[in-house]
Design a protein. Structure first.
Length: 145
């Protein structure tokens, strides 16, 4: 989508994804090897009562689903970063994550080739519990550019 096609409040539901124990271990072992993510016995005795996904794993899953949705497509000129990431509830093996991405702000830039679109990501599990929210922005090609 081109910059001019985005408007505040526009929402994009992403394809739900189920997080398996194998997924959690495969991500955590190389990227976040904290024991609550890789050691089932340790995690069972901890505050979450079992293995949980790394928050960075959750963020990676959501990002992958966003890219697969191909909303920005070839008009994406790169991300500008995340303003915040909040992990508000643990993601457990078997959880199904559903994400809605909403346009929070649309800003023209002085560059006639691109504009800035800010997005709010809201991620919930199968029980409608919010497990993560994040806000970010991307440079998006303008039709006139």
């Amino acid at each position: 989508m081109y910059f001019e096609e985005f408007y505040v409040g526009q929402a994009f539901p992403l394809e739900p994804v189920v997080v398996t124990k194998e997924d959690i271990l495969a991500f955590a072992r190389p990227f976040d090897p904290q024991r609550i993510h890789v050691d089932e016995s340790f995690a069972a005795k901890g505050p979450y009562g079992g293995l949980i996904a790394s928050g960075y794993h959750t963020l990676s899953i959501v990002w992958s689903q966003w890219i697969k949705a191909d909303v920005l497509g070839d008009q994406s000129l790169g991300g500008l970063g995340l303003d915040r990431v909040v992990w508000s509830a643990p993601v457990r093996p078997g959880d199904q994550l559903s994400t809605t991405v909403a346009v929070a702000r649309v800003r023209k830039s002085s560059n006639l080739v691109r504009g800035i679109v800010s997005f709010h990501f809201d991620v919930q599990n199968q029980d409608d519990v919010t497990v993560m929210v994040t806000d970010g922005a991307a440079l998006v090609q303008r039709r006139s550019g």
